[in-house]
Write a protein that binds this ligand. Structure first.
Ligand SMILES: [Zn+2]
Length: 409
C-alpha cells in the first residue's frame, strides 16, 4: 500500500511527539525491483520540548512537531501496524528500522543513485531491524534514516478515510490550476498543455491529493484552496523530491545500467521518430556513444527535441533503464551547430530560380538556358536555441527538479 499512509497510523497510535518533519525519501527510480512510488519514510519520535509548529491534522487533532526533545522509550509496535497495512503478497517487502541516531549518509546516496545489494547493506546496518517477506526493504529503510535533508522540498499529502480508497475521487481541476498559477513556490500542480491535474494520484491509494512546494507553512495555507471531497487527515513531509539527487555527471563510458546520469556530448545521428511515438538520437563523445530517448508520455518535449541536429552540444539528464539507452528527463542545449543547405541560385537575367542539372553538375535556367556552377548557400533556421528544456509535468519523475526551481547541477 501507500507507504506514507503509515505516518498517520503510527502517529495515531503513539503518545510520543513528532520531532522535526516526517521525511519522505524517494529512491533510485530506475531500479526494476522498486515499488511504484519507490518511497521510504522516516519519523523521529520523542518527548517534544519548547516551541512547536503544526505539520498536519489527523481527524480533528493537530499534528505538532518539535525541534527539541528528550529521548523516550518507543511506545508503539510499529511492525504490527506495518503488518496490518501490508498486502499478503510475497512481492511486497516492507521493512522497519529503528535507530537512535542517523546512519551514515552514504546509505542514502547509494540507494538514490546506484543499484544496491541489500545483503551488503544488511551487514552494515545498525539498529533494530525487522521485515516481512525477505529483507530487501533494508535498503529503503536505511536510506530514509540516513538522509540529511539537504536542500529539501515539502509535500502536503491529504489522506482519504479508510473504506473510501477505491473508486473515483473528486479534486477540482480549477483549484489545482489556481495553485499552479498563483503560488510560484509550489510546483507540479497542473499541466496546462496536457490538461493534467498532477496533485491527484491516478491509481488506487489512500492519498486524495498532494501539493508540493518549498515552504511548509505556506503549503498548509494553500490546502484551503483545494476544492475536493472531504478527507480525514493531512501531513506535511520534508522530501528529497525535486532535488535531482539521483543525477551524477558521468561520461558515457562511466554510466552503468540503473544509473541516472548527466551526459555531455554531441548529437550524432537522429533525431528519428520510432514506432509508438518514441523520439531518439545518438549522443557521442570521445569515441563513445549512447542513445538518448524520449518516450510517448513526454508529449510535446519530443517535438522540441526533434529540432536537434548533428553537432549540437548537449548535456542530457536522465536514467539508464536499459543498456546504452538514456531516458531524457531534461536537457541543456549548450550550443547549436550552424547548418547550411544549398539550393539553386536565381538566374541573373530572368530573376527566377534555376534548376539542378544533377548532383554536383551545377544549375541551369529553364527560361534562358544560362548556367551556374555555384548554388546559393543558406543557413538553416534552427528550431531550438541554447538553454534548458524539460519533460512536461505529466511525465515528471519525483526526484527530477523542475526548471522553475533553478538548476542545481
Ligand atoms: Zn534565365
Amino acid at each position: 500500500m501507500c507507504t506514507t499512509y503509515l505516518t498517520t497510523e503510527i502517529l495515531k497510535n503513539t503518545n510520543l511527539d513528532l520531532i522535526g518533519f516526517p521525511k519522505l525519501v524517494r529512491l533510485n527510480p530506475n531500479i526494476p525491483l522498486k515499488t511504484r512510488g519507490n518511497a521510504a519514510i522516516s519519523l523521529t519520535l520523542g518527548r517534544g520540548e519548547g516551541e512547536k509548529e503544526v505539520v498536519g491534522r489527523i481527524g480533528e487533532e493537530r499534528v505538532n512537531s518539535y525541534k527539541r526533545y528528550r529521548e523516550e522509550k518507543m511506545d508503539v509496535d510499529v511492525m504490527s501496524i506495518i503488518e496490518k497495512h501490508s498486502p499478503k503478497d510475497k512481492d511486497t517487502n516492507p521493512a522497519l528500522l529503528i535507530v537512535k541516531e542517523k546512519s551514515n549518509e552514504n546509505f542514502y546516496w547509494d540507494a538514490v543513485r546506484e543499484f544496491v545489494d541489500y545483503r551488503k547493506v544488511l551487514d552494515k546496518t545498525r539498529g533494530e531491524f525487522s521485515s516481512m517477506n525477505g529483507q530487501i526493504g533494508v535498503v529503503g529503510a536505511n536510506a530514509a534514516v540516513s538522509w540529511s535533508g539537504h536542500n529539501p522540498t515539502f509535500e502536503l499529502i491529504a489522506y482519504l478515510e479508510k473504506g473510501k480508497w477505491t473508486g473515483e475521487h473528486f479534486v477540482d481541476d480549477s483549484s489545482s490550476m489556481l495553485i499552479e498559477k498563483s503560488f510560484p513556490d509550489t510546483f507540479d500542480n497542473f499541466d496546462f498543455k496536457n490538461n493534467y491535474n498532477a496533485i491527484r494520484p491516478t491509481t488506487k491509494t489512500p492519498i486524495l491529493f498532494g501539493i508540493r512546494g518549498l515552504d511548509p507553512a505556506r503549503l498548509i495555507r494553500y490546502e484551503q484552496y483545494v476544492e475536493s471531497e472531504p478527507y480525514s487527515s493531512y501531513v506535511v513531509y520534508e522530501t528529497n523530491q525535486a532535488t535531482d539527487d539521483h543525477l551524477v555527471e558521468r561520461s558515457i563510458g562511466e554510466s552503468k545500467l540503473y544509473n541516472s546520469s548527466i551526459i555531455r556530448g554531441f548529437v550524432g545521428s537522429g533525431p528519428v521518430w520510432d514506432r509508438g511515438g518514441i523520439l531518439s538520437f545518438d549522443i557521442q563523445m570521445e569515441g563513445e556513444r549512447i542513445r538518448a530517448v524520449a518516450m510517448e508520455p513526454t508529449k510535446e518535449f519530443r517535438s522540441l527535441l526533434s529540432n536537434l541536429r548533428r553537432g549540437d552540444a548537449v548535456r542530457v539528464y536522465g536514467g539508464i533503464t536499459r543498456t546504452e539507452i538514456i531516458n531524457i528527463e531534461k536537457i541543456e542545449v549548450v550550443s547549436v551547430s550552424r547548418i547550411t543547405a544549398v539550393r539553386p541560385p536565381l538566374c541573373k537575367n530572368c530573376k527566377i530560380r534555376m534548376e539542378s542539372v544533377g548532383k554536383n553538375r551545377g544549375f541551369r535556367c529553364r527560361k534562358c538556358g544560362s548556367k551556374s556552377k555555384m548554388g546559393e548557400e543558406r543557413i538553416e533556421e534552427r528550431g531550438i536555441s541554447p538553454g534548458f528544456y524539460e519533460v512536461p509535468i505529466i511525465a515528471r519523475r519525483h526526484l527530477a527538479r523542475p526548471l522553475k526551481l533553478g538548476i542545481v547541477k
